[in-house]
Design a protein. Structure first.
Length: 244
């Protein structure tokens, strides 16, 4: 079973996009959950599955993805601790994409029945979970715009800004430094670019003094310039508060 401390990651995420009461926080932390540690590259739920539970990412990174002809992968979104990337399975009973780990990850599985009972018992929590799915949809729209109309440079810069703010909001980043376990292959699969194009773009950013990648850490050296380069507007993330 997951501990209250583990489910605090969900509280952090929901509290970043809405204001939870103490009673609502306690109700979320009391949810029953089963915790598993998964290896990198392991599927959490597959396209076509009919899950009876939602997954909460407690540590590590994951992604939504589709596989098309010849095994080509399109990453649809990246997920960090605190995210429930398959929340829509509460109402859409058959998965239309897969969800897999990018790193070793600890995942808490929460039964659908328990989540439904919570939304009936606490309509405020239900409203916040609904808001989370709407923020998810807003992020998809932003990614679609990027794929269709932004340059390679703008797409990658925009992704840096998005993920940094999401990590900061759940207290996993600060001072323009954040964990960065994504490979160039991951970036290419998310932005529709070849590995060569991703590599060239990252070199250009480093050369201009915008970012550095030190091991598994992203350091944004020129935040304002990165925002301008990508025309980044964080409105679509609907963050009610940012970490101090």
């Amino acid at each position: 079973m997951a501990s209250d401390h583990s489910l605090n990651m969900l509280v952090r995420r929901l509290d970043s996009i809405a204001t939870l009461s103490d009673a609502e926080r306690q109700a979320i932390e009391s949810l029953p959950a089963r915790t598993r540690v998964l290896k990198p590259g392991q599927d959490i739920v597959r396209d076509g599955d009919q899950p009876s539970q939602c997954c909460l990412l407690l540590s590590g990174w994951a992604c939504r993805y589709k596989v098309v002809g010849e095994g080509k992968r399109q990453i649809l979104s990246f997920h960090i601790p605190g995210d429930i990337p398959d929340l829509q399975s509460l109402h859409l009973h058959t998965m239309d994409h897969s969800l897999g780990t990018l790193t070793e990850a600890t995942v808490a599985f929460i039964p659908h029945e328990s989540l439904r009972e919570l939304t009936v018992r606490s309509p405020g929590v239900g409203a916040v979970l609904w808001r989370e799915t709407l923020v998810d949809a807003a992020t998809f729209r932003e990614w679609m715009t990027g794929m269709g109309r932004r340059s390679a440079y703008e797409r990658i810069a925009h992704l840096f800004c998005e993920l940094y703010l999401k990590l900061e909001a759940v207290e996993l980043a600060g001072e323009h430094r954040c964990p960065w376990p994504l490979t160039q292959v991951d970036l290419g699969d998310a932005t529709g670019l070849s590995n060569v194009h991703v590599n060239r773009t990252l070199q250009e950013m480093r050369g201009q003094g915008l970012i550095t990648l030190r091991g598994c850490t992203l350091v944004i050296q020129a935040w304002d310039e990165l925002i301008r380069a990508s025309e980044f507007d964080p409105t679509y993330l609907h963050l009610e508060k940012r970490a101090t």
